[in-house]
Design a protein around this ligand. Structure first.
Ligand code: HEC
Length: 255
């Protein structure tokens, strides 16, 4: 080992303690500085946020205080603009129907609910316990007689001279328009083609008449029908083509 390879002596002028202290202070100072950010996006300082907030607050105050209408949507309407109602909104009721069709539509529901079960969906009866209404003389004949059968029920014999049994009264809770509907329906369906309308007014008269019968509460008999009720119900005849409100059966308003 030669002398030239020896480490040189530290310079006498360097104060090691003092130099060490400086290195420590500088390292501490570096640590206090902001971190270096590699992607170039540093944290925004709190002060910048506070300043921006104050600026926005003042600017907003000035802007809205001056009556600006940036968010007022009423400025996007044309002045005096009135929204047009959608087409057809004026005639808001149901589509009017011809009287005969309107009464029959009502009657069809009553038939299904009240008569179908005995007289059958085709109104042909069953030949033994329930007579046919299709082609029958009584349903197609005088309206007062037909109404009295429905409202009070019937004890035979019926129009074909046969006795089928006892028909219970069907008039309990029946409104005049229901009675009018069922009568019109039977007289114009199942092959029956009377072509006339039994009106609500006529049905009202029938209900009053039924309540005033001397045998009120008892079924009518063929004899009573022939003696007292071989008539048409009082009331003005209705043009079967007259336009009606299909719900109320009142004359439809002119369009
Ligand atoms: C519970 C069964 C039953 C119901 C419901 C019923 N009927 Fe009858 N109907 C009869 C019977 C039974 C006779 C025959 C009575 C007799 O022999 O006297 C009859 C007879 C009749 C007659 C006489 C028939 C003719 O040709 O002379 C008419 C009209 C009639 N019914 C209409 C109706 C109508 C309209 C309804 C519905 C609103 C109705 N009936 C509901 C059982 C019923």
């Amino acid at each position: 080992m030669s002398l030239t390879n020896q480490k040189p002596d530290l310079e006498d002028s360097i104060n090691v303690t003092e130099a060490h202290g400086r290195v420590v202070r500088e390292a501490a100072a570096c640590a206090r500085e902001n971190r270096i950010v590699d992607n170039g996006i540093g944290h925004i300082s709190l002060w910048s946020l506070v300043v921006c907030g104050i600026v926005a607050f003042i600017a907003g105050g000035v802007y809205f205080g001056s009556g600006a209408e940036l968010f007022a949507y009423n400025t996007s309407f044309r002045p005096g603009y009135v929204r047009k109602p959608p087409g057809g909104a004026e005639d808001s009721g149901p589509v009017p129907k011809e009287a005969l069709a309107a009464y029959m539509a009502k009657g069809s529901k009553i038939y299904s609910a009240k008569c179908n079960g005995c007289h059958g969906a085709d109104a042909k009866g069953n030949g033994s316990t329930f007579p046919a209404l299709a082609g029958g003389i009584w349903p197609n004949g005088e309206t007062e007689r037909f109404a009295m059968i429905i409202l009070n029920g019937l004890e035979g014999p019926v129009d074909d001279g046969k006795t089928y049994g006892i028909m219970p009264p069907q008039g309990i809770g029946m409104a005049p328009e229901d009675l009018a509907g069922i009568m019109t329906y039977v007289r114009n369906n199942f092959g029956n083609t009377k072509g006339d309308v039994v009106t609500t007014e006529m049905a009202k008269a029938a209900i009053e008449m039924s309540a005033a019968r001397k045998n009120a509460g008892k079924s009518v008999t063929g004899a009573e029908l022939t003696a007292d009720h071989m008539k048409n119900l009082p009331g003005e005849k209705m043009d079967p083509k007259m336009m009606l409100d299909p719900i109320t059966l009142a004359p439809a308003k002119a369009p």
